[in-house]
Write a protein that binds this ligand. Structure first.
Ligand SMILES: *[C@@H]1O[C@H](CO)[C@@H](O)[C@H](O)[C@H]1NC(C)=O
Ligand SMILES: *[C@@H]1O[C@H](CO)[C@@H](O)[C@H](O)[C@H]1NC(C)=O
Length: 342
């Protein structure tokens, strides 16, 4: 069925455009990166695709309204957002619009099994996004894979709503789209999927400022090009900041912070911790061991690979299956300074 969908989708492609989206807002890639590398050297190579459901346990925090498990057809239909739409009107599916977030990501809404990221101030969370064949730059306007940036208002419960807020002041961090990516074959002269390039993992290590106030911080991941006429893409997510500030730590330590649970945040205990300087309240969660999750058994053999250059957005936006609307239990009282450039 997947293959049939794929074929149907490809047949329906009318507009080809580079695009990507944030798949995970806190990804532990320690193990899987080794597997990806190891399997890519087999003959024939075997793709280990971090977007597959059996690896979902490696994602500790998700973008807003992200499905778990998701798949790229559904994601590219329901989660992509072209913030360059003012200059690239994609018709009824991507009308010109200056919202910073896709429709389903304009409130801090999370699926029950795909909670928002939580982390201690000063820690690092690793964002993961699809390469979609662009990791080496030949397949995008201007021949560069562009830049990924994260924008943030600098305080809890503050929303970026419009693309005009993607300013230098609100920029938390930037990196090259494929600075931290996995692509093979190793031959750099192979630069596009039609020549065999496979790029299943692109990451951005986002360093959270040490003085972030406890609470929910809204952020926007943006993929942009030097060419401002080119389409640009965004995904919106939140990070629940809790616990004592730490020095930059490994992803494993950061993800040891107890997973945010929408239900729990409504509980009195959580709201008390939320409105108070919360270091003590969260100390326990901070040191709790990460839930032990047995890795899924590796698939014996991956299915034959179909190289897909572009995902098409042909289906209609499906009715939302949103289950939880996150509501702040109390207005955050903490003030913070505004560190900006990292
Ligand atoms: C290939 O990937 C599987 C997981 O799918 C992993 O268990 C195995 O160790 C990997 N092989 C190599 C050579 O890295
Ligand atoms: C910039 O992007 C637009 C839209 O994709 C494209 O038509 C144009 O050729 C690009 N310009 C350069 C210099 O790459």
């Amino acid at each position: 069925m997947f293959t049939q969908l794929l074929v149907a989708s490809l047949a329906a492609i009318s507009t080809v455009s580079a695009h990507s989206w944030l798949e995970c807002a806190d990804h532990d890639n320690t193990e899987i990166l080794k597997w990806m590398q190891g399997n890519s050297t087999k003959s024939p190579p075997v793709i280990v695709d971090p977007t597959m459901p059996e690896y979902a346990y490696l994602c500790k925090g998700w973008p807003r309204n992200k499905k778990n498990p998701g798949n790229w057809i559904d994601d590219s239909t329901n989660y992509v957002w072209n913030i360059g739409a003012n200059s690239w009107d994609g018709g009824s599916f991507h009308p010109a619009d200056t919202h910073a977030c896709p429709p389903a990501q304009r409130s801090p809404t999370y699926q029950d099994n795909a909670p928002m990221a939580s982390a201690a101030p000063g820690s690092m969370i690793r964002l993961r996004f699809g390469g979609n064949g662009h990791a080496r730059g030949s397949n995008v306007p201007g021949g560069t894979p562009g830049t990924v940036s994260v924008y943030w208002k600098g305080k809890p419960e503050a929303e970026i709503t419009d693309i005009s807020e993607f300013t230098a002041v609100n920029k938390l961090q930037s990196a090259g789209f494929s600075d931290n990516s996995f692509a093979y074959p190793a031959d750099k002269s192979i630069t596009s999927p039609t020549q065999g390039l496979v790029d299943k993992g692109n990451w951005m290590e986002l360093n959270l400022p040490k003085d972030m106030a406890p609470g929910r911080h809204m952020m926007v991941w943006v993929w942009e090009y030097p060419n401002s006429s080119a389409p640009q893409w965004s995904t919106c997510f939140d990070v629940m900041i809790q616990g004592n500030a730490v020095s930059p730590v490994s992803n494993a330590q950061a993800s040891a912070v107890a997973d945010y649970s929408p239900a729990a945040s409504a509980a009195p205990a959580a709201s008390a911790a939320y409105s108070a300087p919360a270091a003590a309240a969260f100390a326990e969660a901070d040191t709790a061991p990460a839930p032990s999750v047995a890795p899924a058994a590796p698939a014996a053999e991956e299915a034959p690979v179909v190289m897909v250059t572009e995902v098409v957005t042909v289906t209609e936006v499906v009715a939302t299956t949103t289950t939880t609307l996150w509501v702040p239990a109390a207005t955050p009282k903490l003030k913070r300074s505004h560190p900006r450039h990292f």
